[in-house]
Design a protein around this ligand. Structure first.
Ligand code: SF4
Ligand code: SF4
Length: 128
């Protein structure tokens, strides 16, 4: 009875007295490689193949993260503020939008107490 052979390397498979290494698809001697030892990670084949595999997975993971990162948000533009200098008196306002008596909500002129059909053409400035 020879010594019990337990393959520790996840890439090794016991084949009689040899080990079949799945990384190189070849039988290897466990005397030459650390397949049955806890130090299988020091195996040059393991390091070359498994290391490369893990590295690839890491790169893929990093790429995935970059893709999943939320896009940078553009600053939202605010609505145009009320006319600079505040609202104006009817005589000074060119449009009802600038006028202190105009209600944007009800579209009413609070001075004339009428509905304004065209705030860009103030009713108070129409006609002679
Ligand atoms: S220890 Fe090395 S040779 Fe043995 S199975 Fe693992 S990678 Fe292959
Ligand atoms: S119509 Fe009324 S709200 Fe418009 S400018 Fe004249 S006074 Fe102001």
């Amino acid at each position: 009875m020879g010594p019990k052979l337990t393959v520790k390397c996840p890439y090794g498979e016991k084949k009689g007295f040899a080990v079949f290494c799945k990384l190189i698809n070849k039988k290897v001697s466990p005397l030459k490689y650390p397949c049955t030892s806890d130090h299988y990670q020091k195996c040059p084949i393991y390091r070359q193949y498994a290391g490369a595999k893990e590295e690839k997975a890491e790169v893929a993971e990093t790429r995935k993260e970059a893709e999943e990162a939320p896009p940078r948000r553009e600053p939202v533009r605010e609505e145009a503020p009320p006319p600079a200098g505040g609202f104006k008196k009817p005589e000074e306002a060119r449009t009802c939008h600038e006028c202190i008596f105009y209600s944007e909500l009800t579209k009413m002129c609070l001075k004339l107490k009428i509905k304004v059909d065209d705030p860009n053409n103030p009713p108070c400035k129409r006609g002679a």
